[in-house]
Design a protein around this ligand. Sequence first.
Ligand SMILES: Nc1ncnc2c1ncn2[C@@H]1O[C@H](COP(=O)(O)OP(=O)(O)OP(=O)(O)O)[C@@H](O)[C@H]1O
Ligand SMILES: [Mg+2]
Length: 349
Amino acid sequence: MFNSFWELITYDIGIDLGTVNTIVYLRGKGIILSEPSVVAINKRTKRVLAVGKEARQMIGRTPANVVAIRPLQDGVISDFDTTQAMIHYLIEKTHMQCPKFFKIPKPRVIVGVPSSVTEVERQAVLDACKTAGARQVFVVEETMAAAIGSGLPVEEASGNMVVDIGGGTSGIAVISLGDIVIDKTIKIGGDEMNQDIVNYAKQKYNMLIGDRTAEDIKIALGSAAPLEEERTVDLQGRDLLTGLPKSVEISSIEVREAIMPTIDTITQAAKDAVEETPPELVSDILISGLHLSGGGALIKNLSVLWEKKLKMPVKVVDEPLSTVARGTAEMLDHIELLEKIQKGWDEIS
Ligand SMILES: Nc1ncnc2c1ncn2[C@@H]1O[C@H](COP(=O)(O)OP(=O)(O)OP(=O)(O)O)[C@@H](O)[C@H]1O
Ligand SMILES: [Mg+2]
């Protein structure tokens, strides 16, 4: 009853606090924010100047006392203060977009974080939401949120397998009865593939390319198994010998070769998870299939490779970049779900 009163005068938000992207869901309105997890700060005054796209554009174009920081790296919170500043900003910005202008900024918040974060880091997220005005906060593991966002019946007595390949982590989990039975999360993801492409260009073409260029190439050509039609694009960078601009043609076959070591590592972790899963749950997964989410799920033909290597159906979920945010949304709509999730969440109120 008390909660219904709060629902009238406040709003609920779900946040996917990702290494690369942060997505905010406002209950009743849908996804209202999708921003890179970047914060621009004045080094001297410590004041936050911009968050998200605006902050990313500042990288390399700012005076010396302004720095653009990615507060989450490799799936861990590497900068507490900046993470807190980012959460603060997101909650404030959400309030401004709130459809009912008379509502007060005392939201209920669910935050999905990489399952590799430590207890101290989880506490920092809880505190950040509290100081930003939240009246109740839940921190959930992103694999659990990804499973719920994929539409899997996590609270039932059946095996559900989800792999969420983000920028800094690959969350691999088998879930049954609301509990994470197997967790093989590794601190490797799409960022590592970008680095693979940078290294490939250096070794094969004696060329230095930027991280953003590597990411563009990965998104355009990245694949895990042969494509029906292999493609090429121009790759631009700097010649390491002459220091001058250089351009070469790079093919999807080469990009596949470049990113394969990272894909192999993630594949092996998924294999290990299956091997450790009790046989009854494996037989459930053989029917429901492994669900693949996160930006890394968009690597072309990853499901083709995994169906062959893992010998089970592999489904890329719809709109994999927002699966975790949709999972938090589902929890906000069915708050009793949180009670059924036995592990992987903390609450303060
Ligand atoms: N079309 C695409 N093809 C391949 N990779 C992609 C594509 N779109 C995005 N990515 C990659 O997905 C990653 C970002 O995914 P996502 O937003 O799920 O990560 P995150 O949630 O921020 O990170 P994490 O879950 O590790 O904290 C980046 O490495 C990005 O390059
Ligand atoms: Mg993520």
